[in-house]
Design a protein around this ligand. Structure first.
Ligand code: SF4
Length: 265
């Protein structure tokens, strides 16, 4: 892809501007791939099976092409806007950023989100045997072929729930860090709506809602481990309530495309 094609894509009305800013990056499960320029770009850059393979030279070549193309675009934009790329703006911005990072990491919600990530690891580690037993019992059901029993479906439901938990396990912390840090900046700058912190908090809440749903499925399938799963669910629910309280506008935040038809300006 060359610079002209990149610019052409940028003007393509098919794409919803900014749709990727507040999504959960789970492109495989996203129903907006047709409307997402980010997705199109990534498909074009990694369009062959080889280029998807991280251990393949093609992947790194493709990444290097993206780097060159991006650099070209940045240089062109800098020239248009009279920005001197050779001059570094040394001010206290980095110091402030570092301070906000440190404060965000110490925030009780981000600490709770990190703890959740560890709880997930611990549970999956302890549940290995349970998964093996479940597999055996589902295979047995498959052989018995009892009318009304749907072991394949059950296996798929469990697999999907595990996928959901894994997908959001660390993303909740990452997005919450962004929301908390963003809120500090917005407060300092007296920023008005719409707030990026609310958009990020909304992604956190969606991740929490879906994770709670997924743990509910596991609770159903692994009833012997009810106490441990309930502990995780209680932790998640507390976190969800806290985030909702701390970011009261988050649920209402409009994410372009993802939250319904694009609003006309
Ligand atoms: S909007 Fe959908 S396709 Fe685009 S980056 Fe997000 S998850 Fe992927």
């Amino acid at each position: 892809m060359d610079l002209e094609e990149l610019k052409r894509l940028g003007k393509d009305p098919r794409f919803i501007s900014g749709i990727h800013n507040y999504c959960d990056r789970w492109c495989e499960r996203c129903s907006f791939t047709e409307k997402c320029m980010n997705f199109e770009l990534s498909e074009k850059q990694h369009s062959t099976p080889e280029s998807r393979d991280i251990e393949n030279d093609a992947f790194w070549e493709s990444l290097s092409d993206t780097f060159k193309l991006t650099l070209e675009l940045v240089r062109e934009m800098a020239e248009e806007q009279g920005i001197d790329l050779d001059k570094l703006d040394v001010d206290d911005t980095m110091e402030q950023e570092k301070l906000r990072d440190e404060q965000a990491e110490k925030h009780e919600y981000t600490i709770a989100a990190k703890k959740y990530g560890k709880m997930v690891d611990k549970w999956f580690e302890s549940a290995k045997e349970n998964f093996e037993d479940k597999e055996k019992s589902l295979n047995k059901k498959l052989l018995l072929d009892i009318p009304g029993d749907t072991p394949e479906e059950e296996a798929k439901v469990i697999e999907d729930a595990v996928d959901v938990i894994m997908w959001y396990q660390h993303q909740i912390w990452v997005k919450l860090m962004r929301a908390v840090r963003g809120q500090m900046w917005e407060d300092e700058e007296d920023f008005d709506f719409p707030k990026d912190s609310d958009g990020s908090a909304k992604v956190v809440l969606i991740g929490l809602d879906r994770s709670i749903g997924a743990w509910g499925i596991l609770l159903n399938s692994f009833s012997d481990d009810e106490n441990n799963i309930l502990n995780i669910l209680v932790h998640l629910e507390k976190l969800r309530k806290s985030v909702e309280k701390h970011f009261p506008e988050a649920r209402k935040f409009y994410r372009p495309g993802l939250d319904g038809p694009v609003e006309k300006e």
